[in-house]
Design a protein around this ligand. Structure first.
Ligand code: 4AD
Ligand code: MG
Length: 464
């Protein structure tokens, strides 16, 4: 019996002169007049294919080879040899070939190279078989693993926060409702409003926009924690950076103030990038062919210190820079993507951490500064993507927290449990949220969020 190996393994020197078994999907086939067919085989383990040389002398050659078309799955047994061709170390000379699954060659959409990303989105169930989406999937996996390694190595406990919630963490009212009520026969109360006390949970419930509030509860008992899961936002902004379903990583650190929080965020982001550079070299090289400054930018980010700048200083830079923005800048506005990108791409040409934002534009849970006007918020901005991380030091003083909740007209009762955390051994604590897809956009240079998540969910789009 020959050893079963992967395409990745077959491309290295380890198996030279050994008979192996490989299976995968055909990328291309070329028949030469010299008595061979050349098949490019890929099984997802690496960007590059292995070239299989299929001699016409194989007994089933005539019956099988016609069906070895793009998309078909095959099994090959053969000898791994040093390749005389350029750009590949090895090739496999088949002594046996079997067709596992035919691919309808009249309709298979990935026969040719060079499809647009837009077209590939319309075949999201097949696009992972292209170089681009195979590479994205492998990098997404590597980044996810790196996230866990980073936190585990630093003693963080992984916490599973709920997907269904009754509270709006970010207070932005962008939540998807979860209900089991019969929409064509809704129960009504005395004044004709929908009676959610008859709903599944006995009250209104939603898909979570963030695991933060729950993870804070575990933080003030375990010290260092993180959550990493899907989050949902019903914001109707059809941009290339927003998805209705995305994955967020939220660490929460006890006895930690804002500047230490910034250091964690910076160290964390650098680690994800350097692990990917080290472990996904071939895939990153591939993206560097489209965006020739990618690797240079990533190396620069890993090696240099992030700029730290207060919101107030950022506003004065923006006011004085002489650039015409679509949205005018004055102290107190929520910075737009054009402002953020100017700071990180043009002014500093480096990642920037903005901090101390006006209290009026940030959620209730952020710690109020002594000036009474700003809160200890921080956003990490990176070139081309803009905001990649949002975080803050949390308000740990009960009276000030309650004041902020009233100011933002929150239903206090729903947050009683959260306020309790400030009654029993409250401590300064901080955390942040990294959008996994934003991180992947930055690392791969891919400019649309729809292309870094397997099956994107955006307004008007819930295919596959
Ligand atoms: O800045 P945000 O809204 O912060 C929070 O949710 C906090 N509770 C995090 C915390 O402190 N624990 O979101 C955090 C990050 C953003 O910086 C962005 O990267 C990403 O989540 N994000 C989105 N990514 C894709 N599509 C969307 N609609 C996103 N909204 C936020
Ligand atoms: Mg934010």
């Amino acid at each position: 019996m020959s050893t079963k190996i992967t395409v990745l393994e077959s491309r290295g020197v380890e198996y030279i002169d050994r008979v192996v078994q490989l299976s995968g999907w055909v990328r291309t086939r070329r028949d030469s007049k010299a008595g061979f067919s050349f098949v490019e085989l890929n099984d997802g383990t690496s960007l590059g294919n292995i070239q299989i040389i299929v001699p016409q002398s194989l007994s089933n050659y005539d019956s099988v080879i016609k069906l070895v078309t793009p998309g078909a799955s095959i099994l090959v047994e053969g000898l791994v040899k040093k390749s005389p061709a350029q750009g590949q170390l090895t090739e496999v000379e088949a002594s046996r070939i079997e067709l596992i699954g035919e691919s309808d060659s009249a309709s298979y959409p990935l026969q040719k190279k060079g499809h647009s990303l837009e077209f590939l989105r319309s075949i999201s169930h097949l696009r992972v078989r292209t170089n681009t989406f195979g590479a994205v999937a492998r990098i997404r996996n590597t980044v996810s693993y790196s996230i866990h390694r980073f936190f585990q190595e630093h003693g963080f406990i992984y916490v599973h926060t709920p997907i269904i919630t009754a509270s709006d963490c970010e207070g932005a009212g962008q939540m998807f409702r979860v209900t089991s009520l019969d929409l064509s026969n809704l129960p009504k109360d005395d004044v004709g409003k929908i009676d959610y006390s008859k709903d599944f949970f006995g009250k209104s419930s939603y898909l979570t926009v963030s695991g933060q509030l729950n993870v804070e509860s575990y933080c003030v008992g375990l010290g260092r924690v993180y959550t990493f899961g899907p989050t949902f936002r019903a914001e109707n902004s059809n941009t290339s950076r927003h998805a209705a379903e995305f994955w967020m990583i939220e660490p929460e650190i006890a006895f930690c103030e804002l500047s230490e929080n910034m250091s964690w965020a910076e160290k964390f982001l650098k680690r994800l990038i350097s692990d990917t550079l080290n472990e996904r070299h071939e895939d990153i090289e591939f993206f560097n062919r489209t965006d020739s400054t990618l690797i240079e930018t990533l190396n620069h980010v890993v090696e240099s210190d992030f700029v730290r700048l207060s919101y107030t200083d950022a506003v004065s830079i923006l006011e004085k820079c002489g650039k015409k923005f679509e949205f005018k800048v004055t102290w107190g506005i929520d910075l737009q993507s054009e402002h953020e990108r100017f700071l990180t791409e043009e002014h500093f040409k480096s990642p920037v951490i903005l901090y101390d934002y006006p209290r009026t534009i940030k959620p209730f849970y952020m710690r109020l500064n002594d000036d009474g006007k700003t809160v200890r918020a921080m956003d990490v901005l990176v070139p081309k993507v803009g905001e990649i991380i949002g975080g803050s030091e949390r308000e740990y003083r009960l009276d000030l927290l309650e004041e902020r909740m009233k100011e933002q007209k929150l239903e206090m009762e729903a947050y009683n449990w959260y306020a309790d955390l400030r009654k029993y051994g409250s401590v300064p604590h901080s955390g942040f949220g990294l959008g996994l897809e934003r991180a992947l956009m930055f690392i791969t240079g891919i400019s649309n969020i729809r292309d870094v998540i397997p099956f994107p969910r955006t307004p008007g789009n819930c295919e596959f």
